[in-house]
Ligand binder design. Structure first.
Ligand code: CP
Length: 305
């Protein structure tokens, strides 16, 4: 059923209802117990990364190898024939002949949607400009479910670059399937955009916009921090002005509940100091491990015949 619904791939968090998410969370949990397997023996994944990545590309590649499959691809537009002027559509129509699934990261919103229109195999959106990054959001929910035990009844702060942050767009959309209170915490220049908010309003997500996170520290179950993304700014002076707007402090951690969890999709710059990495409340590196298991689950569901 999952495979049929997602036969064109995973392009947006909007494709998922609560049942789909819970199904993948169950599969992600099962994958934690499977280190190596051959269930994807004979399958080939193509990873087409036109923007830099450490976690997304390598966790998908590792997931594929861990399940017995193989990987082809490139990690820079500089080494593909796009550099010679080939269109993305022609690239997709070519690469689909060599693999069973394509993962694409591209600087333009809508690139993964466009790719899925041209492909006859599943496309996975690994980040499209300032749009979405749905598999990051799925691994974020797996992290919360496994670490806290539930996705309902939580107070969740989402902080940083909410305007250009594709991870937070997809995360907010997925959270709209659950009974949560969301606090969007950002400088006014980087507030969640109207287009995302209108969708979340329609989905009846309970959210508030705030600038200062400190008053929330005592009530939050999760604080999901993000990087201010230099590469998305047209005006670098504006970036310089707000790049250090939020820096989480060790003393902030002391004000949080015992069960509080600090998350981040990574990479981080200055917003989380390394001195709090060792806290049981800092779970961003465990989050990267959940990413491997969620991506194993996604590949298995899309690719097993
Ligand atoms: N979280 C995330 O997308 O990380 P990468 O940019 O390293 O893939």
């Amino acid at each position: 059923m999952f495979k049929e619904k997602f036969k064109e791939g995973i392009i947006s968090a909007k494709q998922f209802n609560r049942e789909d998410i819970e199904y993948l969370l169950k599969k992600g949990r099962e994958m934690r117990a499977i280190k190596n397997s051959n269930i994807l023996n004979g399958k080939i994944l193509a990873t087409l990364f036109f923007e830099p990545s450490t976690r997304t590309r390598l966790s998908f590649e590792s997931a594929m190898y861990r399940l017995g499959g193989n990987v082809i691809g490139f990690h820079s537009g500089e080494v593909s024939s796009i550099k010679k002027g080939e269109s993305l559509a022609d690239t997709i129509r070519t690469v689909e002949n060599y693999c069973d699934c394509i993962i694409i990261r591209y600087s333009l919103e809508g690139a993964a949607t466009m790719a899925s229109r041209f492909a006859k195999i599943p496309i996975i959106n690994a980040g499209s400009g300032s749009g979405e990054h749905p598999t990051q959001a799925l691994l974020d929910l797996l992290t919360i479910k496994e670490e806290i035990g539930t996705l309902d009844g939580l107070n969740i702060g989402i902080m940083g670059d909410l305007k250009y942050g594709r991870t937070v767009h997809s995360l907010s959309i997925l959270l709209s399937n659950f009974d949560v209170n969301v606090y969007f915490i950002s400088p006014k220049e980087l507030m969640m955009r109207k287009r995302e908010k209108e969708f979340l309003y329609q989905r009846q997500l309970k959210y508030k916009d705030v600038t200062d996170y400190r008053n929330l520290l005592g009530i939050l179950d999760v604080l999901y921090m993000t990087r201010i993304q230099k590469e998305r700014f047209v005006d670098l002076e504006e970036y310089d002005r707000i790049k250090n707007f939020y820096i989480f402090k060790k003393t902030d951690l002391d004000e949080t509940k015992n069960s509080f969890k600090l998350m981040h999709p990574l990479p981080r710059i200055n917003e989380i100091p390394p001195e709090i990495d060792g806290s049981e409340k800092s779970i961003y590196f465990r989050q990267t491990n959940y990413g491997l298991h969620m991506r194993k689950a996604i590949l298995a569901e899309l690719l097993i015949d």
